[in-house]
Design a protein. Structure first.
Length: 145
Protein backbone atom coordinates (compact mmCIF):
# COMPACT_ATOMS: atom_id res chain seq x y z
CA UNK A 1 0.00 0.00 0.00
CA UNK A 2 1.16 3.49 -0.87
CA UNK A 3 0.15 6.87 0.54
CA UNK A 4 -0.71 9.82 -1.67
CA UNK A 5 -1.82 13.42 -1.15
CA UNK A 6 -5.44 14.19 -2.02
CA UNK A 7 -7.50 17.29 -2.55
CA UNK A 8 -10.49 17.81 -0.31
CA UNK A 9 -12.80 17.24 -3.28
CA UNK A 10 -11.19 13.90 -4.19
CA UNK A 11 -11.32 12.74 -0.56
CA UNK A 12 -14.94 13.90 -0.23
CA UNK A 13 -15.89 12.01 -3.38
CA UNK A 14 -14.53 8.80 -1.83
CA UNK A 15 -16.33 9.52 1.47
CA UNK A 16 -19.64 10.13 -0.33
CA UNK A 17 -19.35 6.73 -2.06
CA UNK A 18 -18.05 4.60 0.80
CA UNK A 19 -18.65 6.01 4.30
CA UNK A 20 -21.27 4.21 6.39
CA UNK A 21 -22.73 7.20 8.22
CA UNK A 22 -20.98 10.46 7.32
CA UNK A 23 -21.14 12.78 4.35
CA UNK A 24 -18.46 15.03 2.90
CA UNK A 25 -16.65 17.69 4.94
CA UNK A 26 -16.82 21.42 4.30
CA UNK A 27 -13.33 22.42 5.42
CA UNK A 28 -10.05 20.64 6.06
CA UNK A 29 -6.37 21.12 6.73
CA UNK A 30 -5.17 18.23 4.55
CA UNK A 31 -6.24 14.87 3.14
CA UNK A 32 -4.34 11.68 2.35
CA UNK A 33 -5.23 8.67 0.28
CA UNK A 34 -4.07 5.08 0.39
CA UNK A 35 -3.49 3.17 -2.83
CA UNK A 36 -3.47 -0.59 -3.22
CA UNK A 37 -2.46 -1.87 -6.64
CA UNK A 38 -2.91 1.67 -7.97
CA UNK A 39 -6.53 1.95 -6.76
CA UNK A 40 -7.72 4.19 -3.93
CA UNK A 41 -8.66 1.96 -0.98
CA UNK A 42 -9.04 4.61 1.72
CA UNK A 43 -8.86 8.27 2.69
CA UNK A 44 -8.29 10.33 5.80
CA UNK A 45 -9.35 13.97 6.14
CA UNK A 46 -7.86 16.11 8.90
CA UNK A 47 -9.29 19.44 9.99
CA UNK A 48 -9.53 21.83 12.88
CA UNK A 49 -11.26 20.44 15.97
CA UNK A 50 -15.04 20.62 15.81
CA UNK A 51 -15.18 21.44 19.54
CA UNK A 52 -14.19 25.10 19.88
CA UNK A 53 -12.59 24.48 23.28
CA UNK A 54 -10.02 22.17 21.64
CA UNK A 55 -9.16 24.58 18.81
CA UNK A 56 -5.96 26.08 20.23
CA UNK A 57 -4.01 26.30 16.96
CA UNK A 58 -1.86 23.27 17.84
CA UNK A 59 -4.61 20.65 17.79
CA UNK A 60 -6.15 18.94 14.78
CA UNK A 61 -8.83 16.31 14.33
CA UNK A 62 -9.42 13.38 12.02
CA UNK A 63 -12.82 14.42 10.71
CA UNK A 64 -13.22 11.51 8.27
CA UNK A 65 -11.54 8.17 7.83
CA UNK A 66 -12.98 5.83 5.24
CA UNK A 67 -11.73 2.63 3.60
CA UNK A 68 -13.08 -0.15 1.44
CA UNK A 69 -12.22 -2.71 4.15
CA UNK A 70 -8.64 -3.37 3.05
CA UNK A 71 -6.84 -4.94 6.05
CA UNK A 72 -4.69 -2.48 8.05
CA UNK A 73 -5.74 0.48 5.88
CA UNK A 74 -7.36 2.37 8.78
CA UNK A 75 -4.34 2.16 11.08
CA UNK A 76 -2.00 3.04 8.22
CA UNK A 77 -4.07 6.16 7.44
CA UNK A 78 -4.27 7.18 11.12
CA UNK A 79 -0.50 6.83 11.43
CA UNK A 80 0.16 8.79 8.23
CA UNK A 81 -2.24 11.55 9.31
CA UNK A 82 -0.40 11.86 12.63
CA UNK A 83 3.03 12.03 10.94
CA UNK A 84 1.78 14.71 8.53
CA UNK A 85 0.21 16.73 11.36
CA UNK A 86 3.40 16.48 13.40
CA UNK A 87 5.42 17.73 10.41
CA UNK A 88 3.06 20.73 10.28
CA UNK A 89 3.86 21.40 13.98
CA UNK A 90 0.58 20.17 15.44
CA UNK A 91 1.01 18.82 18.96
CA UNK A 92 -2.22 16.92 19.48
CA UNK A 93 -4.68 15.01 17.30
CA UNK A 94 -8.18 13.83 18.20
CA UNK A 95 -10.50 11.39 16.53
CA UNK A 96 -13.95 10.13 17.45
CA UNK A 97 -15.46 6.71 16.85
CA UNK A 98 -18.91 5.34 17.56
CA UNK A 99 -19.64 3.99 21.04
CA UNK A 100 -19.88 0.38 19.84
CA UNK A 101 -16.71 0.33 17.68
CA UNK A 102 -13.72 -1.58 19.12
CA UNK A 103 -11.03 1.04 18.41
CA UNK A 104 -8.54 -1.48 17.07
CA UNK A 105 -7.15 0.85 14.40
CA UNK A 106 -6.76 3.87 16.65
CA UNK A 107 -5.01 1.76 19.27
CA UNK A 108 -2.69 0.33 16.60
CA UNK A 109 -1.82 3.88 15.49
CA UNK A 110 -0.84 4.86 19.04
CA UNK A 111 -3.90 6.87 20.10
CA UNK A 112 -5.14 6.55 23.67
CA UNK A 113 -8.73 6.52 24.88
CA UNK A 114 -9.67 9.97 26.25
CA UNK A 115 -13.27 9.43 27.36
CA UNK A 116 -16.83 9.35 26.10
CA UNK A 117 -18.78 12.27 24.69
CA UNK A 118 -22.33 12.98 25.83
CA UNK A 119 -23.75 12.55 22.37
CA UNK A 120 -26.92 14.29 21.32
CA UNK A 121 -27.90 16.75 18.66
CA UNK A 122 -26.11 19.97 17.67
CA UNK A 123 -29.54 21.53 17.10
CA UNK A 124 -30.78 24.08 19.64
CA UNK A 125 -33.89 26.27 19.72
CA UNK A 126 -31.76 29.34 19.00
CA UNK A 127 -29.87 27.63 16.17
CA UNK A 128 -31.88 24.77 14.64
CA UNK A 129 -29.79 22.28 12.65
CA UNK A 130 -30.41 19.05 10.79
CA UNK A 131 -28.40 16.19 12.25
CA UNK A 132 -26.14 14.72 9.57
CA UNK A 133 -24.29 12.24 11.75
CA UNK A 134 -25.17 9.72 14.45
CA UNK A 135 -26.19 11.43 17.70
CA UNK A 136 -25.11 8.55 19.95
CA UNK A 137 -22.28 8.85 22.47
CA UNK A 138 -18.84 8.59 20.89
CA UNK A 139 -15.42 7.52 22.05
CA UNK A 140 -12.78 10.26 21.95
CA UNK A 141 -9.20 9.22 21.24
CA UNK A 142 -6.11 11.44 21.39
CA UNK A 143 -2.47 11.32 20.36
CA UNK A 144 0.08 13.79 21.76
CA UNK A 145 3.48 14.85 20.46
Amino acid sequence: MTLCPLTRDAANEYVEKHHRHHKKVVGHLFALGLLKDGELCGVVIVGRPVARALNDGYTCEVTRLCTDGTPNACSKLYGAAWRAARALQYRRMYTYILEDEPGTSVKAAGFRFDGMTKGGSWSTPSQPRTDKAPTCRKQRWVKWL
